[in-house]
Design a protein around this ligand. Structure first.
Ligand code: ATP
Length: 365
């Protein structure tokens, strides 16, 4: 039976955090998140790893031998920046490190909270912070991301390419169950209970996989009679997210739809620079990363918004049961947004470093 917070090492006073800044703006925003965690008073030991494009270009290493086993064995949580560098055209390092962590460590639940901190950040009119407070639970180990498929007669007029969408009963059931358990165990930010789980799919067109998701959702939801279960096709959901984001609570969906709808959802909360996520398998070492990528066009300029990474750090601390520290960080980010102490993408004038320093200095004790 799936339960929350069952991690044995949570009883330890100090937590061991692996930090992998990666590439591009990951190398700028992650140091700010670390600085803020240190200022929060959480008892953490950080170990930094240089996995990423620079290392790959230097010695061809993507993940050192035993790397994932070491992370799972020696750390309580992992904080990751982003991977992707124009110098590595194949993006092989990103694939091996990031997808490797998700797949090989079997971090099957990608949890992406969508919360509007201030009305000024939302492009929709008349939408208040209380109106945007939902969570997307994205399946993280299957779907089209398994790279199953192939090409035939490549480069000829008869070329065929297939990309297979892998859906297993085990994978579908555990992510749906995770969403219901999440709904049961978590409140909204105003303290009210979460009450609804909505499954998003495209079962009218993707009939085979859709039928598995539909049947499994029906079976699992029957075990949670106190939670309202709902369904929406992904196209309708995109429209509804813009028309009326108030209606959403917990959304569960497959890997690709989760990827797409959380970029849309990030737009509701101020853009990619504000969005946080966790990759979780209850009972195992989790990996936390901002939703944004390495953003090569803005990398190295001290302009990237560090708040997505800082809110990700708060999410990680909450997962490790540093509740007070997580609250303090989130409150300081909220205050920064209200006072305009932000980077330019959300209307402020600060650089990445200065925005991070403002948060580190302005946490109430
Ligand atoms: P990936 O495929 O790894 O998600 P991507 O290239 O599709 O990466 P991002 O790297 O996330 O997308 O960023 C796309 C654009 O969004 C960036 O070029 C940048 O303009 C903006 N952006 C993303 N993250 C931030 C941030 N933290 N602060 C400011 N702007 C950002």
């Amino acid at each position: 039976m799936l339960t929350f917070h069952p991690v044995e090492h949570q009883k330890q006073a100090r937590k061991r955090i692996a930090v992998i800044p990666g590439d591009g703006i990951g190398k700028e925003v992650i140091p700010q998140a670390v600085k803020v965690m240190q200022a929060s008073g959480a008892t953490l030991d950080f170990t930094e790893f240089d996995w990423g494009a620079d290392r790959y270009l230097r010695d061809q290493t993507t993940v050192p031998p035993d790397g994932f086993a070491m992370l799972a064995r020696d750390f309580d949580a992992i904080l990751v920046g982003a991977f992707g560098d124009p110098r590595v055209k194949s993006n092989i390092h990103a694939k091996e490190i990031l997808l490797g962590m998700r797949f090989k460590m079997d971090l099957y639940a990608n949890v992406r909270p969508v919360r509007l901190l201030d009305a000024a950040l939302c492009p929709l009119k008349g939408v208040e912070p209380k109106d945007v407070d939902f969570v997307v639970v994205r399946e993280n180990t299957e779907g089209v991301y398994t790279d199953a498929g192939g090409v035939f007669k490549q480069g000829t007029p008869d070329e065929i390419a297939t990309q297979e969408d892998i859906n297993t009963r085990k994978g579908v059931e555990r992510i749906i169950r995770y969403a219901f358990e999440y709904c049961k165990a978590h409140q909204k930010h105003d303290g009210s209970p979460r009450t609804k789980v909505l499954m998003c799919d495209k079962s009218n067109a993707m009939t085979h996989a859709g039928e598995l998701w539909q049947r499994t959702f029906k079976e699992v939801s029957a075990e949670y009679t106190q939670i309202t279960s709902q369904h929406m096709y992904v196209d309708a959901l995109c429209m509804q997210m813009i028309r009326d984001p108030r209606q959403f609570d917990v959304i569960v969906t497959n890997n690709m739809f989760g990827d797409i709808i959380t970029d849309l959802a990030a737009g509701l909360q101020g853009g990619l620079g504000m969005a946080a996520s966790g990759n979780i398998h209850p009972g195992r070492t989790g990996m936390f990363e901002p939703v944004h990528g390495s953003a090569p066009p803005i990398a190295g300029k001290n302009v990237a918004n560090p708040f997505g990474a800082i809110l990700t750090a708060a999410m990680m601390l909450r997962h490790l049961e540093f509740t007070n520290e997580a609250d303090k960080i989130e409150a300081a980010v909220l205050e920064a947004v209200r006072q305009g102490k932000t980077t330019e993408d959300i209307g402020g004038k600060l650089g990445t470093r200065e925005a991070g320093e403002w948060i580190a200095r302005n946490m109430s004790s």
